[in-house]
Design a protein around this ligand. Structure first.
Ligand code: AMP
Length: 594
């Protein structure tokens, strides 16, 4: 059995640990499955499927096929009754032998609703492991000073207790509250600029202001800028554009703006910044005045001159924010962070020098037992550009995946999920020794569909990118977007909501609308548009700040800023009401008019 990674300290040793487990990935996967089954063979869920089979009697070579022949593929709905019984206080081992005392809320923004997912010590251990692993690979390309600082825009939301004493919160919140996070803080010699009180204030606006203030206070020591998802970095710098004068005042006088009202946060921040620093304030002020002239281009390197890179998840639904992120980052490299979910971490970025568009994730075979459902997109009559529903084959183990093939990921975790379909589509784009490197493609779920048309989040993203190219030429910028398939009237049609920054003529927006309609290459959509069984695409422009309202609505309902992802399609009536109330202009495509 490969040694556990927990006790490995130096970056060099961590890398050689991963090189070893990835070299032996197929064997490590069998061991991982064996370990999960050894730990949990007697739990109610597994007993139902594997009965009295004793995994100890099963040879390694037969273990995976026996397991997959006995235990069926499952979805979140299959585990929901068990999780509900845990919430209701049942103490018997239902899905794990170790009692589950903590449940995570997945962000729910990808699926449309929040889901409860079990969280155990193993979850925070693997979070610490992947952070260390990724840091080790980054350090080879971008070494940082040991005593430096990290300006990290992280937020934990509130944890609450159920009547049965189960702690509920987002996975990131549980991690920030865990011993593993404390260990990370002690072991890594680079410190986050903000103290714990700022991270866990529970008010994202106050946390953001303090993150920025302390980031500026320690500006010469900051070695890199980070967040979980790139969205938080963008939000933070947008708010910096508005609050920088207050930040400079606070630095100059050693005071703290009255916008910070939480006593513990005030105390923690004032303990750090209370010595007036007029010299730094003046320097920052003059840089900000120059930056304002440049529409804040290159803000990060200008204000944090020693920062080596920006680090965050920039793939998948974060990709549309890259243009804005590059605007702030100027020449600084963008390093895309790792791939995981509330259910399990999956892969690490072992090539931090690649730009986010090219990044892939090497599967860490000790984290969970992974299976891959091959997905093939069926060809349309023209034999080209077929974006159709996926045709599935039987799941294959990690050792059988093929280069260039797309798959849906299936997880068997240490936290009580067995053959659980995650719903993410990935493509195998290479191998790191014997473990696959995955490109994240999209969530599998179709988001835009009216009749025979089928479009995923990724399809919509590509279409919106086409439209926003026209917008950029007109010197305006797409701030955020979402969509809705309107079926109340016949024929139904797609609505794309855009929030934009900058003045553009109506004719430009008309062109964007037409371009987007013509850019859906899904055969079902094209045919339906030609036959008018789907009506012209509608582009609705919403007023400034609309997407912020949407984010705040999610946060008010328990989502954490750190895990927030703008839903790219919505049927949620509250969101649609916000979007429709904030609509200021509407355009209809003429792309299919003859
Ligand atoms: P959640 O569990 O709700 O926080 O979200 C997890 C989901 O976020 C995953 O299933 C993916 O769809 C997406 N995700 C996580 N990490 C990445 C990444 N590095 N690139 C693209 N999408 C990601």
């Amino acid at each position: 059995m490969e040694p556990a990674m927990d006790n490995i300290g130096s970056y060099c040793d961590i890398i050689s640990w991963f090189e070893d487990v990835s070299e032996n990935a197929p064997r490590v996967q069998t061991q991982t499955l064996r370990r999960i089954l050894q730990l949990n063979f007697a739990v109610e869920y597994l007993k139902k499927w594997i009965g009295e089979v004793n995994v100890e009697d099963v040879e390694d070579s037969a273990l995976e096929s026996l397991y997959t022949s006995l235990v069926p593929l499952a979805s979140h709905a299959d585990f929901e009754p068990y999780v509900q019984r845990i919430v209701d206080g049942e103490k018997a081992p239902l899905i794990t032998e170790e009692p589950i005392t903590t449940l995570s809320l997945s962000s729910g923004t990808t699926e449309g609703r929040q889901k409860y997912v079990p969280f155990t010590r193993h979850s925070s251990k693997t979070t610490l492991q992947i952070f260390k692993l990724a840091a080790a690979y980054r350090s080879r390309i971008y070494p940082i000073k040991e005593e430096g600082r990290i300006l990290e825009f992280i937020y934990s939301s509130k944890q609450f207790k159920t009547d049965s004493d189960i702690t509920v919160g987002t996975a990131t919140t549980h991690y920030f509250a865990s011993d593993e996070f404390k260990i990370k803080q002690q072991q890594t010699k680079s410190y986050i600029c903000s103290p714990e009180e700022v991270i866990s204030s529970g008010d994202y606006k106050q946390s953001t202001y303090c993150h920025l203030l302390l980031g500026i206070y320690f500006c010469d020591q900051v070695e890199f800028i980070a967040s979980t998802f790139a969205f938080s970095i963008i939000q933070s710098f947008i708010s910096f554009e508005e609050s920088w004068k207050d930040i400079c005042n606070d630095i100059r006088d050693g005071t703290l703006s009255s916008r910070i009202t939480i006593p513990s946060v005030r105390k923690a921040v004032l303990d750090i910044i209370s010595v007036p620093n007029p010299c730094l304030a003046k320097r920052v002020q003059s840089k900000c005045e120059e930056l304002e002239e440049l529409d804040w281009f290159g803000l990060i390197p200008k204000l944090w001159p020693n920062a080596k890179y920006v680090y965050s998840i920039m793939t998948g639904s974060m990709q549309p924010y890259l243009t804005k992120l590059r605007h702030y980052a100027g020449d600084l490299p963008l390093v895309s962070a790792d791939y995981g979910s509330t259910e399990s971490w999956i892969g690490v970025n072992v090539d931090p020098c690649y730009p986010p568009e090219k990044v892939s994730f090497a599967v860490v075979p000790t984290f969970s037992y992974f299976e891959f459902i091959p997905l093939n997109r069926s060809e349309n009559e023209d034999g080209k550009s077929a974006i159709d529903d996926f045709v599935e084959d039987d799941p294959v183990p990690l050792s059988h995946v093929k280069l260039g093939q797309q798959y849906e990921i299936v997880l068997t975790t240490f936290t009580g999920l067995y053959r659980y379909r995650l719903g993410d589509v990935v493509e195998v784009v290479g191998f790191h020794r014997n473990t696959p490197k995955l490109n994240f493609i999209c969530r599998r779920k179709l988001i835009l569909t009216i009749n025979i048309d089928k479009n995923t989040e990724n399809d919509l993203q590509l279409v919106v990118e086409k439209g926003s190219q026209i917008l950029r030429k007109a010197r305006a910028e797409l701030v955020d977007f979402t969509s809705h398939a309107e079926i109340a009237k016949n024929p139904g049609h797609y609505i794309i909501y855009w929030e934009i920054k900058g003045e553009v003529e109506e004719s430009v927006l008309e062109e964007c609308c037409r371009e987007m309609d013509a850019s859906f290459i899904d055969h079902g959509y094209v045919v339906s548009r030609r036959r008018n069984s789907i009506g012209p695409l509608e582009l609705r422009i919403v007023e400034n700040g609309t997407f912020k309202k949407i984010m705040e609505n999610f946060i008010a309902n328990g989502a954490a800023m750190s895990q927030f992802k703008t839903p790219r399609c919505t049927t949620n009536q509250v969101l649609l009401r916000i979007l429709n109330l904030c609509t200021i202009k509407r355009f209809h495509s003429t792309a299919y008019e003859s």
